[in-house]
Design a protein around this ligand. Structure first.
Ligand SMILES: N[C@@H](CCC(=O)N[C@@H](CS)C(=O)NCC(=O)O)C(=O)O
Length: 252
């Protein structure tokens, strides 16, 4: 393990593991690179205060025009102090600061950045956006009591209805699951073209980590619905895919 002084900021849950797709992306990258780090757990309700206090930059702008702060964030105090937010730039930083001597183990090769960004946008549109209507109550359940209040308030404001009514039921729910299965079918067809276990062949990349983060959220937030379905789709393809990441899922 490389001696580094890195803090990863992640969101706690009531489980022994986090469920945030974007923080998982960075955690897997740190574990894969063998960099020493510790986790600072910050409830969603405190993200803005903690980031402002520590000088961690916002990741976007809210509709009101105010800066928006999200996790993951990372502070690296190994050489000088570097403060970062946003999963993909964090991985790009880790890649350039702590490159693997073997270039085939690069997680974010510079010449693939456009394609990887395109993949991230595709997954966000086809999968992530479709998960809330079938997972919102599962997500709610796994949040800390304080974050449940915050989550309910934000979701109800965004959807204009009670949290319980955001979750689809009956036929509409089945149809939403069929659409999600179709999105994974499509990904399986593309993945076969890589000729390897991962979307980038024999070595996973940021693109794979984006999808893995989403699948981990499905597995941990919804272990009795999303995860059993996913394991069956495409003849067990996604179960085998996830097995390949098992050694990088340590939470420290
Ligand atoms: N583009 C950001 C998105 C991060 C993001 O949306 N994080 C969520 C957790 S997965 C978050 O911090 N949510 C808290 C909030 O919206 O207040 C990234 O890739 O890191």
């Amino acid at each position: 393990m490389t001696v580094t002084k890195i803090t990863l900021f992640d969101i706690p849950t009531t489980l022994p593991v986090p469920t945030s797709p974007n923080t998982w992306k960075v955690r897997i990258a740190l574990n894969f690179k063998g960099l020493h780090y510790t986790t600072r757990w910050v409830e969603t309700a405190d993200i803005e205060t903690v980031c402002r206090q520590l000088g961690i930059p916002p990741t976007s702008t809210s509709p009101s025009g105010a800066p928006k702060y999200t996790l993951p964030a990372l502070i690296d105090e190994t050489r000088s102090t570097v403060k970062l937010s946003d999963s993909t730039p964090i991985i790009a930083y880790l890649e350039s600061t702590y490159p693997d001597p073997d270039p085939r183990r690069a997680l974010y090769p510079a010449d693939t950045r456009a394609l990887q960004a395109l993949f991230e946008a595709h997954v966000a549109q086809r999968i992530t956006a479709r998960l809330i209507p079938v997972m919102v109550m599962h997500m709610y359940d796994k949040k800390t009591p304080r974050d449940r209040v915050d989550f309910r308030r934000r979701m109800e404001a965004a959807f204009g209805k009670p949290l319980e009514d955001i979750e689809l039921k009956g036929n509409a729910r089945e149809e939403a699951w069929r659409e999600l299965e179709g999105a994974f079918d499509e990904l399986a067809v593309y993945k076969e073209k890589s000729g390897g276990v991962y979307f980038t062949g024999g070595q996973f990349s940021v693109a794979d980590l984006t999808l893995v983060g989403i699948i981990l959220a499905m597995r941990y937030d919804s272990p009795d619905e999303a995860w059993p379905k996913l394991q069956e789709w495409n003849k067990g393809e996604w179960k085998r895919y996830m097995d390949a990441f098992e050694e990088y899922l340590l939470v420290r």
